[in-house]
Design a protein around this ligand. Structure first.
Ligand code: GUN
Length: 283
């Protein structure tokens, strides 16, 4: 019998925790603010940004949205980031990715003050994650660690396989599992014997961006399977894991939707409160 790891329930408990922290800070005269920048008209990005704003409102975090036109220049975007870096009421800054092609994403990430980098994408924060001494963790891997912890899933000594090597998910995910003493393999498009490697995993994290990529022959009996994929197929959301084919082999599995997705925003809220606390020297 497999257990469904319910991201809606777990994210609600994280948000409740964050809400209490925001209230406590408010009682001490400290407000918490997040600035979200979106450039252009990408429909998926617009939905993500709207959801981030809604979450802020529900938790008492002040959100500022900066919706810039598609033809925004690097100079204009960097000028806005500079203003927000200096603005005391803004504790966190997030620039929604992907950016339009003419903008240099890495340069934008580098411009955000590391103290306000609630995505943990700045090289200073990436370096801290490598060293295992960090304030912010990218929201999706942070959410997955929270789910594993909530479910009492022990990582130490386990074979952990991550499919996907992105800077946002795959690489930091591998590091976090390693810090918890997992034995970690990160797979990618050039990996040989991918099926066998995946089938050796006690904990399998799929962050490939291909619908139904993980099939039953890639899953070990009693594995924990975490599905990061959000793929739209015929108007329906589908994960990277073929849920129905795989579920009976798992001890626990995350659904899509309602798995990792809701965790990402909850962890962004958590990172924003951490930023506010650090900036106000509360921690
Ligand atoms: N685009 C997709 N995921 C993310 C994320 O976690 N942060 C930002 N800034 N953009 C994204």
């Amino acid at each position: 019998m497999y257990k469904i790891i319910d991201g809606k329930v777990i994210s609600a408990s994280v948000k409740e925790r964050v809400k209490c922290e925001v209230e406590k800070l408010k009682q001490n005269g400290i407000s918490v603010g997040l600035a979200v920048i979106i450039v252009g008209e990408d429909p998926a990005s617009k939905v993500y940004v709207a959801n981030k704003k809604k979450a802020c409102e529900a938790l008492g975090i002040i959100s500022e949205e900066y919706a810039l036109p598609e033809n925004t220049t690097m100079q204009e975007l960097l000028a806005l980031i500079d203003t927000l870096n200096k603005k005391p009421t803004v504790n966190g800054i997030l620039c929604q990715l992907p950016l339009p092609k003419h903008l240099d994403e890495q340069m934008v990430i580098n411009a955000i003050s590391p103290e306000k980098d609630v995505d943990a994408f700045h090289p200073a924060n990436v370096g801290k994650i490598m060293q295992g001494d960090f304030d912010f963790v990218p929201c999706t891997p942070a959410g997955i660690m929270e789910m594993l912890d909530y479910e009492g899933i022990d990582i130490a000594g386990k074979t952990c396989v991550v499919i996907g090597r992105s800077n946002i998910v795959g690489k930091p995910m591998g590091m976090l599992l390693l810090h918890k003493n997992g034995t970690v393999t990160i797979c990618h498009s050039k990996t040989q014997n991918l099926k066998e490697v995946c089938a050796s995993a006690d904990i399998l994290v799929a962050a490939v961006g291909r619908p139904n990529f993980v099939t039953a022959d890639m899953v070990k009996e009693n594995a924990v399977v975490i599905d990061v994929g959000i793929n739209r197929v015929d108007g329906k959301l589908v994960g990277d894991v073929n849920f129905d084919a795989v579920k009976d082999k798992c001890s626990a599995i995350t659904p899509v939707p309602g798995g990792v997705g809701p965790m990402t925003i909850a962890m962004l809220m958590q990172n924003t409160v951490t930023a506010a606390k650090k900036q106000n020297k509360v921690i």
